[in-house]
Design a protein around this ligand. Structure first.
Ligand code: BGC
Length: 401
């Protein structure tokens, strides 16, 4: 029997220009297969608002077809018995041999796929407006100390050194790059993956916090609550010189017709050249009652993992396909670098999961840490007080288990 039209409702937080363009590729693909797309967008980068709305919907008995859920949180939803399996689609497309092993494992619960991944985002990037740096007569910073020298020169030239949106997830995004840059991948893993109290209380962590606080002097007054893409727009226009953000920012540069290496630079954040903090977008599937809804869900799963979709989607999104051996010939220099660094850091053991993007720790730990980092940055909590709060957040993992 031919596929019947069924509604596909997908909860996501892809509302910026670049994100919407990328999502449009998915909608096109499913609608051409006869399905109806029911959009469920939730404003707010990083997905904190989306997570709250999702819980409300699921608990009240109306789960969407799928929702943007990542990392360890997929296991949590599966454990609570809300997720559906998409075994047939996974077998037909041989997901097991198309995905890196760790990624496949994260998408499965008790050996069966309950989620599908679409990309790999690198988080530890620094986006630079080339003309702004030239105007100030400086080169891209190579260490965090150097960043402050560059920032002083930019300020003198009347350019906002760092574009930032003061929202907890963006604060956490910048902070994780500082920890990675100053402490290295081993230290980062100790703190954010092993949740080791001694490392969290170490002088290295205190220094990262101090550096983080110092970046604040180089942000403008409009920082509080600004959306991340508004900060990216400041760099695109040259009002500001630098943004520390994952490569969804590149989706905005591309959409504005900007060319990497020419109008802007994509460089690893200072000190993180040899490491890679990854963030994988994935969709978890919720149990459906009707057969046509189940069929639509299987089609969605197949669409998300198809090689053509992963190419067109990621060209717009700024990320790279998560499928191994993807053809990268149409991708720009930033994406090519991301793909080769992803491989080389995996081999070197310096590929780390992004804590700020839900890849590293269970939700209780993530949110406790995010709150502590943001309170430090915005409300003037002390370094030692913040370290203690981070340790308390890390301990929440033990309580939960
Ligand atoms: C997601 C990206 C998204 C970004 C900003 C991240 O957590 O992984 O897909 O573009 O948030 O909303």
């Amino acid at each position: 029997m031919a596929a019947q039209a069924a509604d596909i409702e997908v909860l996501h937080w892809w509302t910026s220009g670049g994100e919407a363009k990328a999502l449009g590729e998915l909608i096109k693909k499913l609608e051409s297969g006869g399905h109806r797309w029911r959009d469920f967008p939730v404003l707010g980068g990083g997905g904190d608002n989306a997570a709250i709305l999702l819980k409300t919907r699921v608990v009240s008995g109306y789960p969407p077809t799928a929702a943007q859920i990542k990392g360890p949180e997929i296991q949590q939803w599966a454990k609570e018995n809300y997720l559906a399996t998409v075994t047939e689609a996974a077998k037909a497309q041989d997901w097991d041999s198309s995905l890196p092993k760790v990624v496949a494992a994260a998408m499965k619960y008790q050996g069966r796929y309950v989620a599908a991944p679409v990309n790999v985002h690198r988080v530890n990037w620094m986006w630079i407006n080339t003309a702004a740096l030239k105007k100030a007569g400086v080169e891209p910073p190579t260490s965090w100390d150097d960043l402050f020298k560059v920032a002083d020169a930019l300020q003198k030239a009347g350019i906002i050194p760092i574009a930032h949106g003061g929202q907890p997830w963006q604060d956490f995004t910048v902070f994780e790059s500082i920890v990675l840059g100053q402490g290295g991948a081993g230290f980062y893993n100790k703190v954010f993956v092993e949740l080791d109290a001694a490392s969290i209380q170490s002088p290295t962590m205190a220094k990262a916090l101090e550096t983080f606080r110092k970046t604040r002097q180089y942000m403008d007054k409009g920082t509080p609550n600004r959306e991340w893409n508004a900060a990216t727009a400041m760099v695109i226009k040259g009002q500001a010189a630098i943004q520390f953000m994952g490569d969804w920012a590149k989706g905005e540069f591309s959409r504005a017709g900007k060319v990497p290496g020419q109008d802007y630079l994509c460089l690893p954040a200072p000190g993180t050249e040899k490491s890679y903090s990854y963030n994988i977008d994935s969709f978890a599937f919720f149990r459906q009652r009707q057969d046509d809804a189940k069929k639509a869900q299987a089609d969605l799963a197949a669409a998300l993992m198809s090689p053509e979709f992963q190419e067109t989607f990621n060209l717009a999104k700024g990320s790279i396909p998560v499928r191994t051996n993807a053809n990268m010939s149409k991708f720009d220099a930033c994406a090519q670098r991301s793909a080769s660094d992803f491989k080389s850091t995996a081999e070197a053991g310096t590929l780390v999961p992004s804590i700020a993007h839900h890849m590293a720790a269970p939700e209780v730990v993530f949110s406790g840490m995010q709150n502590a980092v943001s309170a430090f940055f915005n409300e003037g909590a002390s370094i030692s007080e913040t370290q203690a709060r981070l340790v308390a957040a890390a301990k929440a993992a033990e309580v939960r288990e």
